[in-house]
Each structure stands twice: as C-alpha cells, then as structure tokens.
Design a protein around this ligand. Structure first.
Ligand code: OSB
Ligand code: MG
Length: 382
C-alpha cells in the first residue's frame, strides 16, 4: 500500500562535464526535475524526471512535465490509497494522453517509495536477478573522426563493454569506419542516429553493414515503423528502436512488422516501470534482447535504471555510465561507479534506491520548488 501525502517538485541546474551532442541538438548543462514523494508516516523517496530542457528527443520538456504533474497527474495520486506501485500506471494513464516522462517520474517514485517502506532493495521489488550489469558508453558527435577515436579508445581502456557512437548525415560512415579500424573486430560498437535519416537514405545506411556493428539505433523517425521494417529487410545489422517504442503496443508492432530486432528500454519514455517490465516480458517471449538506455541522468535516475537493468532479459550492455562520466559531483552518495570489467553493481542489501541522496547539495543547486498536497490541488480545482 502506498498513500502519498506530499510531492515536492524541484528544479536543479547541473553542468555536464562536457557538452553532449546528438543529431538534434547539444546540451552543455542539464535543468533537471527531481521529485520527492512522501507518505503521511514520513517515509520518502526521490525520483527523477528525464525530460530535457528542449523537445529535441521527444515532445516533452522539463516545463511540460512540471505542468502535467501539477495539473493532471499528482492530483490523482495524492491522499489516495494505492494498492501498490504496480497499480499507478493505470491510474495515471486513464484519459490522459502522452506525457510519459511526467507519468514515469511519479510512477517510478512510487516504486522507490514502496521499496523504502517495505525495507527491500528496489531491484528485488521489481524482480531483478542480475547482481552486476554490463555497461556501455554513449559518445556524442565529435568535430572529427580522430577526436571520436580518442574517446572510444579511452572508453575501451576504462572497461566499457559497448561503444555507442552518435551519428548524423555527413558525420556517419567515416566516424564508424575510423572507430572500427582502431578498435578492431573484438569490441562491440553501435551507432545511434536519433531519427536523423529517412528511407531516402537507405542505400547509404546499408553500407554500414560492412562494419559489423552490434546494432544501429533509431535511424528514422519515431513513427516510421514501416520504413524501418523495409530498412531492416535490407540490412544485416540489427536495428534497435528507442524513440519509436513509446508503449507496449509499439513494442508488439515492432516485433510483428520486423521494424527492429532489439529494444532500448528507457523507463521514462514508456511511462515507468510497469510498462518497462511488460515490454521486457513481451521481448523475452519473442526472443528480442533488450537493454537499458540513458538520458544523462543524475545518480537518482541511475538508481532506477540499474534496478531495471537487473531484470533477466536485459542481456546487452546498458547506457549506465558511472557518475563521473557526466558530473563533477553527483547528487548521491556513494556515487555510481563501474569496475574495470565494465560492470555496475546492483544494490541488493540497502532498502530503496541503494544510494543516499545529498539533500544539502541539491538545495544549493535548486532554482525552483513547488510543494503539491491533496488540500492544495482540491482548492485549485474549485
Ligand atoms: O538516444 O539514447 C539516446 C542522450 C540524449 C538523448 C538521447 C540519447 C542519449 C544518450 C545518452 O545516448 C546515454 C547516457 O545517458 O549515457
Ligand atoms: Mg537512442
């Protein structure tokens, strides 16, 4: 049972160690929406909304998420007896379209709170089995192939088990070729286009087959399932879908149409853990491997992703880089680390998220706060 007494929305500003460029834009710092969920007995859990500042990845932004949570989503949960975190998705989904990242932040926070209340690690509450999870790195678009190679070599030396290269038209084949050439055939590499191509680029994309990549992620737009299926028929490299997979139905459609052979599950993109787990199960039954994507999260979002990645069908390395990859200082203690074999340890003893949240440091980074209660949302709706 979970019953929320109060939800605190908080925006923090955290500079990235280095700018991260994808085909649709660059980010040098992150405005991040954090949630603190509390019940009437004083139990509390933090959660992170993964929406970016601008709609470069999906339509949501930190500001639309803030609005959706305050106006439509939080009032459904506050002061209401919920049988368990598993039930939250349905409550938030009914007659409210979209806003998956806003829904996910609340839903996952309820899983975190339930784990805290029950005194169990989040991974165990979810049904995770892996004790350690393999990690890959996602490298942003660099000015030259040589600069990308430098970073890829350093990543392999650090132990990363998969090297993902962001690509876009005119910054693709030469970059992939250079990295493959220097790393050799023994390293798993992949590319992610973040929807930068169309079916008109199919002949060009097929030439990427020559580099033996583990997968090619989201070459076309989110809705282009038929064109993706056409490309997949022409390529030996498995396509992996990210932006396209917004819910369980889209995962089923991908499998039925052959639009891809691998799914990148980001819980924020699909509305939370219940849907992530359902997609995981459907993929497991269809023999489709999944892995956990990343959204340049802080250590709070990382705790949720690592717990999710401990489920059995997460068989490929996730974008689960340690704290120091992104931040000069993370907002959790201990920070997330990776061992020399590129593995991240899943917390299996500590209840809840498995890391302590540094509330004082968060306070010093905070640019706005809003406290939501049932009383206040009832007054607002009069
Ligand atoms: O497509 O996975 C993506 C970052 C910003 C926007 C989209 C994506 C990414 C990443 C980052 O690849 C992965 C990470 O968090 O390390
Ligand atoms: Mg992606």
């Amino acid at each position: 049972m979970v019953c929320l007494d109060r939800i605190t929305l908080r925006e923090i500003l955290l500079p990235l160690k280095e700018p991260f460029r994808i085909s649709s834009g660059v980010q040098a710092e992150r405005r991040i929406l954090l949630l603190e969920l509390e019940d009437a007995e004083g139990a509390a859990a933090w959660a992170e909304c993964v929406a970016f500042q601008r709609p470069i990845y999906t339509a949501e932004t930190i500001d639309t998420a803030w609005l959706a949570i305050r106006e439509w989503l939080a009032p459904r949960l506050l002061d209401r007896a919920i049988p368990g975190a598993y039930a939250v998705h349905e409550i938030l989904e009914r007659d409210i379209r979209g806003h998956n990242m806003a829904k996910a932040a609340l839903e996952m926070g309820c899983w975190g709170l339930q784990a805290t209340i029950e005194g169990v690690p989040l991974a165990r509450l979810l049904g995770g089995t892996h004790e350690r999870v393999p990690t890959g790195i996602s490298l942003g678009i660099q000015p030259t192939p040589a600069l990308l190679v430098e970073r890829a070599v350093a990543a392999v030396e650090a132990g990363y088990r998969k090297i993902k290269l962001k690509i876009q038209p005119r910054q693709d084949v030469a970059y992939v070729a250079a990295v493959r050439d220097v790393l050799g055939a023994g390293v798993e590499i992949m590319a992610d286009a973040n929807a930068a191509y169309t079916i008109a680029d199919a002949d060009h994309l097929v030439t990427l087959d020559a580099f033996g990549m583990l997968m090619l992620e989201q070459p076309f737009g989110a809705d282009a399932l038929l064109q993706l299926a056409e490309l997949q028929r022409r390529m030996t490299t498995p396509l992996c879908l990210d932006e396209s997979i917004t819910d369980l139905q889209r995962a089923r459609d991908m499998i039925a149409l052959g639009s891809g052979r691998i799914i990148n599950i980001k819980p924020g993109r699909v509305g939370g853990f219940a849907v992530s787990r359902a997609i995981h199960d459907v993929c497991r039954d269809a023999g489709v491997p999944v892995w956990c994507g990343g959204m340049l999260e802080t250590g709070i979002g990382r705790a949720y992703n690592v717990a999710l990645a401990s489920l059995p069908n997460f068989t490929l390395p996730g974008d689960l880089s340690p704290s120091a990859r992104y931040w000069a200082r993370d907002i959790v203690e201990p920070e997330w680390t990776m061992d020399a074999d590129g593995m991240v340890r899943v917390p299996r003893e500590t209840p809840g998220l498995g890391v302590a949240v540094d509330a004082d440091f968060i306070e010093s980074l905070t640019t706005r706060v809003e406290i939501l209660t049932a009383r206040q949302s009832a007054m607002a709706s009069q």
